[in-house]
Structure formats: C-alpha cells, structure tokens
Design a binder for this molecule. Structure first.
Ligand code: EPU
Length: 420
C-alpha cells in the first residue's frame, strides 16, 4: 500500500476482530529453526513484516505451505546456515532473530543487516553480549556480522543492561541449545516474550520464570516441531480503541487479552472512556471530550512505546481533547518524527528531551507522510477525527503492522481508501 486517503469527521461504531501479534509472530517464526522439523502457526498476521520473515526463511531453505483455514506450515528441515540477502533482512527488525536461532541450530550464524523503524540508533550490543557469554565468537566478513560457537554453547548467567525484547528473545533461543543452565536477568516480560517461552516449551525446552524479569533455561535438549497459535496483537487492539477516542463513538475490539492492555486501559479510563471489559473483548464508549493526561512509556507492564504516537495524536486534537497532554518516551531515543507531520495538520507541540507537550488545536486536513509504522497510525487517527480529505503517503510503513486496515476501519463506518 502506497497511500491512504481518509475523509474524516465520522464517528466510529461497531466491532473489529483483532489479528495475531506481529511482534509475537516474528520471534516464533525464527525460533522454529531450532526444531529442524515441521511447525504449524495459527493466527499468523499477514502483515508485510511477517511476509518478509517468511521470505527470509524460504531463501534459507525452509518449505512454507499456506494451509486451507489460514494456518501456515513450515518445514525447517532443509535450512542451511547461509548468509541471507541484505535486501530481505535489511527490511525488517525481526531478522535479528536469525542470529540466536541459527547459532542454536548450526553453531554459527551470519547477518548482513537488520532493518525496522528508524528511532535513532538501534544497537544490538546486549544480544551480542549474551551470545558471547554462551561461548560464541563474533567476527565480520565482507561487512556481515558472523557468530560461531566452535566449542559449542554452554549455559551462563547473563544480566541485561535494560529489559530488551529482542535481546531476551535472541538469548532465549541460543540458550535452548546451550548445555546446562542459563539465567537471563533483567529480562523483558512482554506478552510476546512469554509467547516465545511457551512455543519453546511446547517444542521441548525447559524454561522457568516466564513473565518475570528472571528467566532460567535448562538447555541442550533437542527440540521438536509443534503447533502454536499467535497471541492477539495488543498494539493493534490499542490502536482501534484510541481511534474510537479520536473520532468519537463506540467500538468493540474482539479476540483480545485484556490483561495485556492493563496500562493502556488505565490511561483510557483516566481520559474519560467508558470501558466494558469481557474475557476476550473490550468495548469503549468515547466521552464527549477527553481529558488530557501525562503518559510515560516503558517496558511491560508499563504503557507500551508502540502506542505512544497514537495517544499523542489524540492529545493534539483540539476537537476531542481538553487540556495539555504530555507523552514521555522512555524506550526509544527518537520516536517523535510523527509530530512534524501532525504540525502540518495544525498541531502545536513542544518537545524537550524525552517529553512532548501537546497544546490541543483544531486540526485541518493535509497531505502528510508516514514516518514509520506507529507514527503512520497516529496520522491516520488524526485524519479520522478531522473533517475533510487527508492523504497519507509512504503508507507501506503502516502495512508493516496492520492487517486488513481498510476493511476493518470501513466496517466501523470510516471513509478510508488504501491505494497501491
Ligand atoms: N537496546 C540496546 N541494546 C540492545 C537492545 C536494545 O541499547 O542490544 C535498547 C534500544 O535502543 C531501546 C531499548 O533497549 O532503547 C528497547 O529495545 P528492544 O530491544 O526492547 O526493542 P526491539 O526488540 O528492537 C521490539 C519491537 C518494537 C518495540 C520494542 C519495545 C519487534 C520486531 N520490535 O523492538 O516494535 O518498540 O520491542 O517494545 O518486536 C513496532 O512494532 O512498531 C516496534 C517498533
């Protein structure tokens, strides 16, 4: 998709079915490499980042079959530890998971580059520190990062500098192949990290401490193929709830795990939303006017950074929000690029270090450029609330993480068209 055109100003009403989580699916797809067998993935979201991950696996020898009913069946048996094309791996962040998975299965791994949204620097020093502690050596070959464990991997006690999702998942995968016990301290506890632990356990690994900041892996057991259902996407669900706040109306998100959205639901209530929370669905009735709040992002269970831009857009909307809202970004150095585009619609924002303060103004339609996945979603939400035609270019960035965007928003009554 190249461009999204929104004729905003309509309130949203109805139900929307949330898909599988992109950020849970990516580590699972690469972790399957460790089994060397057939794994079946249910509820795999067909977003472009996931489709690219499948292409990378196929290029390395995996056999992929889309089964009737929606499951994806992957035979990892004939994979080889080759260097995948940088054109593929450089397009998504998830390709970094090749390192832990390949190292675990073959004792070596190569990666020319990993992509993802641009939030300033995205170091992988903590991944590499963990691999080194497990016994891997690192070198570069024609610009590619290479890892080799010539004497095999052995368990270690590893403390992360920060609870990194990527480093936790990557070290977990390698640790499953390392002999003896590995402890990962200051580990990330996001639902997608727990989902990876569950997949590895189903495949035969022994892991304790799931969902806490200390994970213990008893490694060295050979893993086998299994089936897994990808957990619902908490960020997609949060985006639709926020959209209902931005446009007004009443929206139900179905197929969600409300416990994953604790911090988000607290903010929505504080802003004046009326929420009805069921076992697997949440209904939000938007207030006539939202109260401005201060939100600080952080590792789970804090408010997720991947919902920062969407809520910030809501703070900017003078037609919907009263008072000055603040967004404090504690995960990424540079996640404020979307604000330049909101300013083109008339937003007023002051950024000082990690804090952005929004002074609500009446926004107007404009031609804006999506800077990244969630920043693009934020522009879409602003466009939905503003009367008139807003055009969002570079919309492929949004397609990286939102499935059936046009159909889902149209089913809620939005006038939105996706081109390309
Ligand atoms: N960090 C380091 N060194 C490392 C690893 C991370 O300094 O070795 C720092 C990062 O610079 C950042 C913080 O630690 O400041 C957290 O990074 P983390 O490793 O947790 O992020 P990630 O694994 O690269 C995933 C998601 C992101 C999401 C973050 C935080 C995937 C593919 N990506 O990235 O999702 O923002 O966790 O929750 O899972 C998105 O979906 O829009 C997205 C960007």
């Amino acid at each position: 998709m190249n461009k999204i055109v929104v004729n905003g100003g309509e309130r949203l009403f109805g139900e929307v079915e949330i898909g599988g989580s992109k950020n849970a699916a990516l580590p699972l797809l690469f972790a399957g490499i460790l089994t060397g067998e057939v794994c079946v993935f249910s509820s795999l979201p067909r977003v472009s980042d996931v489709l690219l991950a499948l292409e990378i696996l196929r290029a390395l020898g995996a056999r992929i079959r889309f089964v009737e009913g929606g499951d994806v069946c992957i035979d990892y048996a004939s994979m080889r530890p080759a260097l995948p094309s940088v054109c593929l791996t450089g397009a998504i962040r998830g390709s970094v998971y090749l390192l832990g998975a390949m190292l675990g299965r073959f004792g070596k791994a190569k990666l020319g580059g990993a992509g993802g949204c641009d939030f300033g620097s995205r170091p992988i020093d903590q991944h590499l520190m963990g691999f080194a502690a497990l016994g891997a050596e690192e070198y570069t070959e024609n610009g590619a990062l290479c890892l080799v464990a010539s004497e095999g991997l052995s368990g270690a006690d590893i403390t992360l500098k920060m609870p990194s999702v990527g480093a936790t998942c990557n070290i977990l995968m390698a640790a499953c192949a390392a002999s003896g016990r590995t402890v990962i301290r200051n580990a990330a506890a996001e639902p997608h990290v727990v989902a990876l632990c569950e997949f590895l356990t189903k495949a035969g690994a022994q892991i304790s401490g799931k969902g806490t900041d200390t994970l213990t892996v008893y490694g060295g057991k050979s893993l086998h193929g299994c089936q897994i259902t990808v957990i619902p996407d908490m960020i997609e669900a949060g985006t639709y709830l926020c959209a209902a706040m931005a446009a007004g109306g009443r929206v139900t998100v179905k197929n969600v795990m409300p416990s994953h959205l604790g911090a988000v639901l607290d903010v929505l209530r504080e802003m004046g939303a009326t929420l009805t929370v069921g076992k697997t669905q949440i209904t939000l009735r938007a207030p006539t006017r939202c109260h401005a709040v201060t939100v600080q992002t952080g590792p789970y269970p804090a408010f997720p950074t991947d919902l920062h831009p969407q809520f910030a857009a809501l703070f900017a909307l003078g037609s919907r929000t009263a008072g000055e809202g603040q967004m404090v970004e504690r995960v990424w150095q540079d996640r404020f690029r979307y604000t330049e585009e909101l300013v083109k619609m008339g937003a007023s924002v002051k950024i000082s270090g990690e804090r952005a303060t929004f002074f609500p103004k009446m926004l107007a339609p404009a031609v804006v450029r999506s800077p990244d996945l969630r920043g693009g979603a934020a522009l879409l939400l602003a466009a939905l609330s503003v009367k008139g035609r807003t055009e969002i270019t570079n919309a492929a960035t949004i397609g990286r993480g939102y499935e059936h965007l046009e159909t889902k928003f149209r089913s809620l009554g939005a006038d939105i068209r996706v081109f390309g």
